[in-house]
Design a protein around this ligand. Sequence first.
Ligand SMILES: [Zn+2]
Length: 313
Amino acid sequence: MPKRSSGLANCPVSGPMVPWGLTPGLALLLAGCATPQYAIRPTPAPEESAEALEIEREISAVQAEAFEQLGARRLGWNERVRGLDVQGAVDRLSRVTERPALHYRASLYADDDPNAAALADGRIYLSTGMVNYLAGRGGRIDELAFVLAHELAHTVAQHLVKRYRMLQQQQLMIALVAAGAAAATRGAGEGAQQAGQLAVDAAGLLQDVANSSYSQEQELEADQLGIRYVSRAGFAPRAALDLLQDFSRFDYPWPFMRTHPYTSVRRDDLERYLAETESPAGRRKALQDAQRLYPNGSVSWQNLQRQIEALDR
Ligand SMILES: [Zn+2]
């Protein structure tokens, strides 16, 4: 994240105190502390309603402002940063997501903490610290691809829209309870008025969502969806395991302060997922899932069909 005080929903590798996206307070309340169980996550079905797109636009506007203040600069189509073609990798990955039509554009901002973030509208931000960190590990495009794919997954799975909706429901419940209590003691008219005031704090809600972090469940989901995109786009998925192995040295030593899964949990989850999906049966299912994204008989569909048939030989 650019500055910890801004608390943007994002995925830092390290930080002075809070590695990998912890914003105390709100996130702690919402996410709880239990680590989610391993599961094969369902394929996201993005909601493209006008209301969902409006929520995404407004949350993104709040978040983009923080990065603009840090001098974020959009990367060129063929620009290389320390040898890494960031936008090129974003393009390869975004094409194989369940939401290929968003404008996924990568920007770089100056911050020593290794970090990356994706906005709900497709804008992606990498810190110079992340680029330097990856370059220091040999500048493997497959590792960069996992970092980017994890971020894209947050956007594709609409984690911020889901959080917005959840908070909206909570506010409504609080308002209804307050209205009921007021109606019981002071009369229905006053209760209804109070409910109206509580229920319509949409601007506050947008701010809360823009400043919250993802839940553990969402982080693990982003890892798994991300690894699917990495594989489909032709990058090496196991590079993610090397990367997470190294991230574990950033783990925060006080578990009670942490909402983010230990990187060892993330790594174990991904390793199990890869083992299951790399078996012939698992590979077939993954290819068939990917195939459903494309029109029957299209070039991509046929390409995947050939890979499925090759499994039979
Ligand atoms: Zn994340």
